[in-house]
Design a protein around this ligand. Structure first.
Ligand code: PSV
Ligand code: MN
Length: 424
């Protein structure tokens, strides 16, 4: 399916009057609005190739219909999203779920949809058909060198696929760990992991980055070999300047102060990328901003402050990606909501009066500091996000346009009601 631009324009026409009123109000309330809008136009959030289908739990999976059956159709879906919000101009591939069969064709298709290739992701948490050794007891940490080698080789192969497409980063997330006390020599497991990562790092092109994810639980129940940001940072530091920590919002124990982690990793120049999602209990993979929007704003507050302190370009300085699952929502609607929530939090962070906040902090004026942050958090900044979309050729209200144009109904007609996308 293709969304014709005139249809977006038609819908925008219906919404234009009200939008302009709200925008005028914000322009009179805040200074520097033009610069904020330009930053929003530039900001792009990658969509993972495994997030276009309906997610499941270990209890079941309920497909919503019209799921993409191939990498090409996944790109078509992201292209549809991007034509509506103009903020989803990148795709992140998981290998081997989405190995391009015809690289040239995939590159051409990406260009047609205005998509770039973000980080490529390796998968050593599942066994593939015809795989010689099993990853049941780990991959890069495994006690058997042959298994470690198989996992290292897979990662190097993923880099090769990424190079063909024009990606410039590799994300490594390991399910490695142990489910019972005594199962693993934790020190040796960490050491093996480091050595394996060093081999992968040695194969990393000079212009590339390696992102090391951490996660304190699941699928292992007792220990995870890269459990937290300290362990990830330790590895990134030992690996070298091309290695960074990646923060996935779902990979923390309850109430962890993620904004503080972000601030310190940025200070060390070791924050590489971000996976957005939201959660109530664990790695719930819910729509970004659906449970804790204030936390999302506080994280962006540190991101903006820390990136500005290092002179980093917000749009290109870090790898931005959504990593969510959609058990009961239409995946594309859910992703549109996530992108909107991320853009709102980013906009609010851009509007924080930095000078006033620094003054309040210097004077230990706790009340004033809170007021400054909550003043922007409680402001409806959606018209600024909408204006950025409008200027970039997108829809003032992507979700409404999506429904008006009956995108899902069309995809079901084209692909069928029972299609299943690869992924989790
Ligand atoms: C693991 O929970 C994770 O967040 C990693 O980023 C994986 O690559 C992704 O989910 C999909 O498996
Ligand atoms: Mn992740």
């Amino acid at each position: 399916m293709n969304i014709e631009k005139y249809k977006i324009d038609e819908h925008n026409g219906q919404l234009a009057g009200k939008h302009q009123q709200k925008l005028n109000y914000l322009t009179s309330e805040f200074s520097g609005v033009e610069a904020v809008i330009q930053k929003l136009v530039d900001f792009q959030i990658a969509i993972p190739s495994w997030a276009l289908g309906t997610g499941g739990t270990r209890f079941g999976r309920f497909s919503g219909g019209g799921e993409p059956r191939s990498l090409e159709e996944k790109m078509e879906d992201i292209g549809l999203m991007h034509s509506l919000n103009r903020s989803s101009g990148a795709i992140s591939l998981h290998i081997p779920w989405d190995i391009p069969k015809d690289v040239q064709k995939i590159r051409t298709l990406a260009a047609q949809h205005g998509l770039k290739f973000d980080a490529v992701n390796s998968n050593t948490f599942q066994d593939q058909k015809d795989q010689e050794h099993s990853f049941k007891f780990g991959s890069l940490q495994h006690v058997n060198k042959a298994v470690r080698k198989q996992a290292v080789d897979h990662n190097i192969e993923v880099i090769r696929h990424g190079q063909e497409l024009g990606s410039e980063s590799l994300t490594v997330w390991l399910a490695d760990g142990s489910s019972f006390p005594g199962q693993l020599n934790m020190r040796k497991a960490f050491q093996y992991t480091l050595e394996s990562l060093q081999e992968i790092y040695a194969a990393l092109p000079d212009t590339w980055k390696m992102f090391v994810e951490y996660k304190p639980f699941e699928p292992s129940f007792y220990s995870t070999t890269i459990a937290d940001w300290g362990q990830s940072l330790m590895l990134a530091n030992k690996l070298g300047p091309k290695a960074y920590t990646l923060v996935d919002l779902g990979h923390h124990l309850p109430n962890t102060n993620i904004e503080q982690i972000v601030a310190l990793l940025l200070m060390e120049g070791k924050l590489g990328g971000f996976h957005f999602n939201d959660s109530k209990y664990a790695d719930d993979d819910l729509t970004a901003g659906s449970i804790k929007p204030y936390q999302l704003f506080l994280i962006f507050n540190e991101l903006v402050e820390g990136m500005d302190a290092r002179g980093m370009n917000h749009a290109t300085g870090l790898g931005w990606m959504i990593d969510a699952s959609h058990n009961i929502k239409d995946p594309l609607e859910d992703l549109l909501q996530s992108v909107e929530a991320i853009m709102i939090a980013y906009t609010q962070a851009l509007l924080v009066d930095r000078k006033a906040l620094a003054e309040a902090q210097q004077n230990n004026d706790v009340v004033r500091a809170q007021e400054i942050l909550q003043n922007v958090f409680r402001t409806d900044v959606r018209p600024l996000v909408a204006e950025a979309r409008l200027r970039a050729g997108g829809s003032l209200n992507p979700l409404e346009t999506y429904r008006q144009l009956k995108v899902r109904e069309n995809l079901i007609k084209e692909r069928g009601a029972k299609t299943v996308a690869t992924g989790l």
